[in-house]
Each structure stands twice: as structure tokens, then as C-alpha cells.
Write a protein that binds this ligand. Sequence first.
Ligand code: IFM
Length: 462
Amino acid sequence: MSTQPAFPSFPEGFVFGAATAAYQIEGAATEDGRGPSIWDVYSRTPGRTFRGHTGDIACDHYHRYADDVRLLKELGVDSYRFSIAWPRIQPDGSGPVNPAGLDFYDRLVDELLAAGIEPAVTLYHWDLPQSLEDRGGWRIRETAELFGEYSGIMARRLGDRVPRWITLNEPWCSAFLGYSVGRHAPGAQQGTPALAAAHHLLVGHGHAVSALRAEGVREVGITLNPDWNVPATDSDADLAAVVRADTQHNLVWTDPLFAGRYPATETETWGELIERQDFRQDGDLELIGQPLDFVGVNYYRPTMVTEAPHREPDPALRTASDNRYAEVPYTGVRHTAMNWPVVPETFTQLLVAMKERYGDALPPVHITENGTAEHDTVAADGQIHDTDRVQYLADHLGALRAAMDAGVDVRGYYVWSLLDNYEWALGYAKRFGIIRVDYETQERTPKDSYHWYRGLIEAHRP
Ligand code: IFM
């Protein structure tokens, strides 16, 4: 019999949770008046996703949400983080509200509350209504304003029952994977427009904060996915490459949010692409930098970077992700099914570094995602003995505890993910769940990691 890793211990009141996102689990892509999102269009475009996988059915959570809430209840979590699909609420991204869309989230929230679980809502987890993309998407300011309106609609409907609100999930992915790398919807590969998108996402966050505050909701925050960039060598060139990587991944968000400024290293990072700043307006930094109750941090792995030449020498053709650095393999450690290096102590280092940079301006932290995709198999006993995932979770929770001991104010942890689900461009090939989903039958099977996490939560019950 294999021994299970010991449970790290957390203070009383620490929130244990699990997380998902709408497009990754809901399915029912054309049901009850939902409009198309950029992910519907992108995933249906040949060659964009693994074997053409789409979120059309996903985990069929739209119909099975009550069963999934039962699994959450058995897990014993304090809180469940899920996202709202904007195109279910406003099929065209603005204008009339779709009552059936609101009703679905109403039912989900009530089911959670009846199970004793606090809902934590993410307003935007990448599924922009396609009609807004057709008008310019996040490249234009109007999208940010409309995001504020939609946030107000949701707060008015659910604000009486949802205590924790997250405006955006990982805006780095929306701006850079979506508009410069092109590996996420809408699949654009651009320069300055991608930087405008990053800025408008922050402006949208600011409008959402104002709307949520106007409705008096309890806690408001944003979820970021800061990178821990490690230089490949200690050469000056590699250290400078880390500064550019940090600027693009981290400072572009955290400096405006927590220091009221744009990063001092942006010209060094983007050169000509950031010269024209007409997407910025007076008052934006004040809007963006409104006080938050928490910051959500999603963390999975470190990145090793080295200096590299521009891939595209002509600035007019260059994308915003072409910043003279490249990722190199992180050797000597285990890698997950995503080929991500497993280095738990970097989780501590990242959180401590954020605290050192922003001091008391850094709000309390919730880890809104952490977890791993592994090569799961169903054993002869019908179970999934995902020992690598259990070890990953134990080690990262231990690293989180070390950051707290070093003075970082962390209030909660949400495992990613409750269910195996649609991993974006990688389709259903990667399994992050602590519950296995058989996509043929939609059968759910809790994995060993689910049982381990339940034990951890149980061990913290007063
Ligand atoms: O599945 C994603 C999630 O949607 C956002 N954060 C990272 C996860 C794993 O890649």
C-alpha cells in the first residue's frame, strides 16, 4: 500500500476550494439563447485546436450541475469558483439580457448555497461574445465599457448571494495568447493592438470594480497568472531577458493595479510597439488601481528564459510577444503531462517576491488555481491512482504554507480543477481534474487526489 503525503496545515478560516470555467465544462453551446463566443468560432476553425475539439458538449455541466455540486459537497470545499459565460447573459455582448442565461447561474448559486458552499464568481474567463470581437474585441475601449455594464447586470442578479467576485481570469492569456501569439481565441498575431488589448482588459477590470462596488458586493478581486521567470545563466543578457519576460507577464498587470503606474521597463520590452500610446487616457490608472479586497493568483510552474534575437526584425510586422527572449527547457526536474516543470519552491519565491515589490499595497491573496495535468489511467480496480497529482498538490500546498510563514497574507486555495475538462487549444487531451470525466458517458470518477484533498479539508474542520 502506498503512503500518502502528509497534510500541510493552514490557519483557521482558510478557504479550501475547487475551480472551473464556463467554456471548459458547461457544453450546451447553442442552448437557451446562448450566443457564440470567440472560443466557439476559434475552436470550429480547422487547425486551431487539438483534433478540432470544441467545448460544444464538454462536461455537460449545464445539465449535470446538480450532480457536480453533490461531488463538491462530498469533497467538503468551503467555496467553488466558476465563471459566467458572458454570451449566455448577453448573446451579442451588449443590449438585451437573456433571462434563461441568468436563470442557469441563479440555479447553480442556489444549489451551492443549499450544499453549504460559498460561490466565487469569475466574470470573464476568456469567452468574449463573438459580436464584440467582430467590432474590435479587446483592442477597442468600448469592449471594456460593455464589460462594466455586463458586470453590473451580474452583480444585481447574484450579488445578494455571491460573496466573492473576480473580474478577469488571467488577462495575460486574453491579451497575449489571444492577440499576439495567436494560440488562443481570437487567434490574432499583432503588435501594438495586443498591447492595447492588455490595457483595455485592465480598463474593463476597472469598470467592473466600479459596477460591483455600486451593487455593494462583499469582496472584489482580479485573478492573474504571474510567471516566475528563471534566467538560464547568470549572464547580464539572460538577466535582462528575465526583466523583459517579467514585464510582459507580470508587471504590465501588477504595476498599474498595485503601484498606480505603467512598468518602467515597458520601452525596453516593447520598443517601437509601445511608442504610440493613444489607447491610454487620463484617469485610466485611477480606474484600474481602485482598491481590491484580494488578488487571485494562479500558479503552476516556473519558466526558464534566455536572451534571443527578435524573431521578426521588422517592427511593423512584429508581435507583442517577440521581446528578445525565449523559453528553454528546465532540466533536472519532473515534468507534467503539459511538459511543465515541477518546482514547488518557486511558488513560495513568486509570492514572497510579489509581497516584497508591493508591500502593503498587495491585497490579501487567494490562490484561485493550482493543479496539474497528468497521464492518468484507470486501474483494474476502476480507480485513478494519480500519485503524481497528489504529490504535486501536497508539495505546492507546502510551498504555499512556506510563503504564508514568510509573511504573505494568503486566505484561500482553489484546486484546478474539479473536473477533467476542455483544455483550450489542447482540447480534451490534457486532464487537470481531481475527478475523471469519461467524455463518452459523462461518468464522473473521483481520483485519489480528490480523496486526498477531501482528507486535507477534513483535517482542518474545527
Ligand atoms: O485550464 C486553464 C485555465 O482555464 C486557466 N488557467 C490555467 C489552466 C491550465 O492550463
